[in-house]
Design a protein around this ligand. Structure first.
Ligand SMILES: [Zn+2]
Length: 248
């Protein structure tokens, strides 16, 4: 049996048996994994505060026989993100981020960049309450890492290259933008100004820190929000449960 040691973010926990805890945790190398922490509800020594929801933790674990489950041996808390927990809207957004991660990265898929994104987003939420802006950054980046980036390079109807000028509109069926010769802005095909298209392009292709430094304007946020809402609903095919607790 190989003993693994990895940083991990605690995604979900539920009671298991009399004193055990079942834990779903996200790791850079293994993606989303599930493990049993034996006796974790009785003895808090081996897992002192490190199996709480959303905690950033270092875990030691080994694979159980065949069922894909892991045995958690011990853990050390790295960061509990207390600022994020103190605020309902921050906590709701964090739960939504966890759910989107679980849908985009199923069990066992390696996801180092997604791990960095999730950790960066939780750290940012812990320090600042920029709910709308952080939600947009996370959604656009997570969808891109999951293989669903929005194609901003050309009109998805006529194929004309988008030069970074003029308004465009979002076509959810194509997962891309169209020029105004090929369509009309509407509620289902929300419009985007050139500054917004360029900002979204930057968000999709840069690190969390770089795109956080972009400083999205209120009008960019207003334009990107419905685009990502339509895009995620269309691609993922269901309304995320935790999205109901987020306004807008
Ligand atoms: Zn066109």
């Amino acid at each position: 049996m190989t003993l693994h040691s990895s940083s991990a973010i605690i995604m979900r926990t539920w009671e298991f048996g009399e004193s055990d805890l079942m834990v779903s945790f996200f790791t850079p190398k293994g993606g989303c994994l599930k493990g049993v922490a034996k006796g974790a509800r009785k003895s808090r020594v081996r897992f002192a505060n490190c199996l709480d929801l959303l905690c950033f933790t270092r875990l030691e674990y080994e694979q159980k026989k065949e069922d894909g489950l892991y045995f958690l041996h011990s853990g050390i808390l790295i960061h509990a993100f207390p600022g994020l927990r103190a605020d309902f809207s921050s906590l709701s957004l964090a739960s939504y981020m966890i759910e989107l991660t679980e849908i985009l990265f199923p069990v066992g898929v390696a996801a180092e960049r997604m791990f960095d994104l999730l950790q960066g987003a939780l750290s940012a939420l812990d320090e600042e309450k920029q709910i709308d802006s952080f939600r947009i950054l996370f959604e656009a980046k997570a969808m891109t890492l999951g293989g669903y980036g929005i194609d901003l390079s050309r009109c998805c109807v006529c194929g004309r290259t988008y030069q970074g000028e003029g308004r465009a509109l979002f076509r959810r069926g194509k997962g891309g933008i169209a020029c105004l010769k090929c369509g009309q802005e509407s509620e289902r095909s929300p419009g985007l100004g050139p500054a917004t298209v360029n900002a979204l392009n930057a968000i999709q292709s840069t690190s969390w820190d770089t795109s956080q430094a972009l400083g999205l304007s209120a009008s960019m946020i207003r334009e990107i929000k419905p685009v990502l809402k339509h895009h995620i609903e269309y691609r993922i095919g269901q309304r995320l449960k935790s999205a109901e607790f987020l306004s807008g």
